[in-house]
Design a protein around this ligand. Sequence first.
Ligand code: HEC
Length: 281
Amino acid sequence: MKKLIPGLVMLLTASLSSAVYSSPVDDIAAFQGFFAERFKDVSLEQYKDGVNALPQYADRRGNWELLLDFPPYEEHVEKGRKEWATPFANGKTFADCAAKWPAATAYPWYEAETDELHTVVGDINRCLEENGEEVITNLKHGKIARLVIAFREQFNGQKMNVDVSHPGAQKIYEKGKQFYWAKRGQLNFSCADCHVHSSGQKVRGDVLSAGLGHTTGFPVYRTKWSLAGKPLGTIHRRYGGCNNQVRASAFKPQGPEYKALELYEAVMNTGVPLSVPSQRQ
Ligand code: HEC
């Protein structure tokens, strides 16, 4: 039953949204326009700071900035840079693979020939495989998060700009959009219920971040995660946590659902600069 309900909701939303189709360009304007209206003093660039960008969080922002004088993620970033630069058994490195990748701001990118959506996590594992190395199986924290940071941080300050003009990319984009707006779980909440309609409001001591800017700081270092000894998390780890919060089951990291969701969020972030990694509560 628990599994059936979200499926049904997605089906209903699918039929609804096909009746009111809007292009990604229109969607970006509507999404960003909503936040421009709601948080008048927050510029598009500032959404890279997640919840710290919102006026409702202003009293805690000072603490956050203080923390960043000696960022708790620094040792992990250093380790990731070393792992990134360490040659494989065949002498090649990740940089050799990345020379053929698009900029981090263009991820996830769509490959028309194979009808495949590439994430940074997926391309890192593909690189390992092509070079005869073992792929990384934990796709939520630890080494994979460090390597994603090592790649993405090279593009810090550059603005998100994902191309979904190909019909194949648009199909995946539509799936992600439906996922974002569909209600799910025993609490019957959509992502948009919390991160659009309730953004800036408090739930159990947390302030809800704006959906705008999501993904630009990832992987992040979370104090909450650090208490369990796994401080870094990929964006799909976070999606799983948010699904669990509404008592819906999480989907597999790098499965089609979260990849589509990442694409939708990345497109909504068009124009927001990367700020990788970030620290979050
Ligand atoms: C019941 C409310 C709720 C729902 C529903 C929810 N989230 Fe969240 N989410 C939170 C809270 C609370 C946080 C931590 C504070 C924050 O950054 O908003 C969070 C954080 C996040 C973050 C981290 C932002 C950052 O910059 O660190 C992302 C990304 C995210 N949510 C995406 C999603 C997506 C995608 C969905 C739908 C699958 C979703 N959330 C559904 C409550 C929710």
